[in-house]
Design a binder for this molecule. Sequence first.
Ligand SMILES: Nc1ncnc2c1ncn2[C@@H]1O[C@H](COP(=O)(O)OP(=O)(O)O)[C@@H](O)[C@H]1O
Ligand SMILES: [Mg+2]
Length: 312
Amino acid sequence: MKIAVLYGGTSGEREVSLSTGKGIIEALQNNGHEVFGIDFSPEKLIDIIKLNVDLVFIGLHGKFGEDGKIQGLLDMLEIPYVGSGVLASALAMDKTKAKQIFGSNGIKIAKSKSYPATDGIATIAESVRKHFTPPFVVKPNQEGSTLGLTIVKEDRQLEEALKLAVESDSTILIEEYIKGREMTVPVIGRQGEEQALPIIEIIPKNEYYDFDSKYKPGGSEHIVPAQIDLDLTNRMKEEAVRAHQQLGCEVYSRVDFIVDEDGEPVILEVNTLPGMTPTSLFPDSAMEIGWSYDELIQKFVEISVSEKTKTV
Ligand SMILES: Nc1ncnc2c1ncn2[C@@H]1O[C@H](COP(=O)(O)OP(=O)(O)O)[C@@H](O)[C@H]1O
Ligand SMILES: [Mg+2]
């Protein structure tokens, strides 16, 4: 197949996407495809049209890549792509909206409140102090890679945390702090036939799963499969598939949880374009059931093609 890989982009996660793109390009070439790598910006759209590819593989993360915008452009051009469509991408990117959907469908969520940045730091701070006591988490509603996120442990950190969060988004999400073990569940498959791959427990070297823990070599330890009992394993896998389906995700996603001190999984978010470097979490989990990185990327391609050609 003739496949364009979009990587790089302009979001805060550009650097991560450069590695993701490189990995995907190599894997597709190893699988015998004709591959065109495109460091994406909107004016590159014309190049994609001219290339007349069979499929676009989106290796972008964060704003304009993961949020449904590029998916909308490709839909209008009738160019098939790998992964979730406009609505699911946008919903997953909007943590507040996604949590409302999970919560009303019986998946446990952290207590939270969101505020438009236009309310101003002072007003938001006053309301936060009424509703939350430290520790709690301040995060931009739509970001990734833990950018702009602060775990507020002492009251005096609040204003700084809010200032940082408004730098990356116009909506601020405050969440109660969930103490527990961090787990993530890869989901893959045709719509309605998705399966969860082995659960990964993440043990960050820093206090929580921040940018450095995510991307520095040795920044965190991945335990695959997570050492948890079968009941919890099955429950989290079932909830991950359900979360993926509730948002209407397609082909693949990765669902983040914290298992709290009572052993209850609390969902944090669904990532529709999770990190996909050869050492990322998703490929690590696939490896556990014997799928090499190249095979995993090929599965994404095959599922996408079979979805797009599915007769209803
Ligand atoms: N409510 C919370 N309680 C405890 N830790 C949290 C909470 N929310 C986020 N974190 C920590 O911050 C990291 C990033 O948060 P997440 O909501 O997944 O945003 P991102 O899109 O940046 O990955 C998590 O992996 C976790 O380590
Ligand atoms: Mg996350």
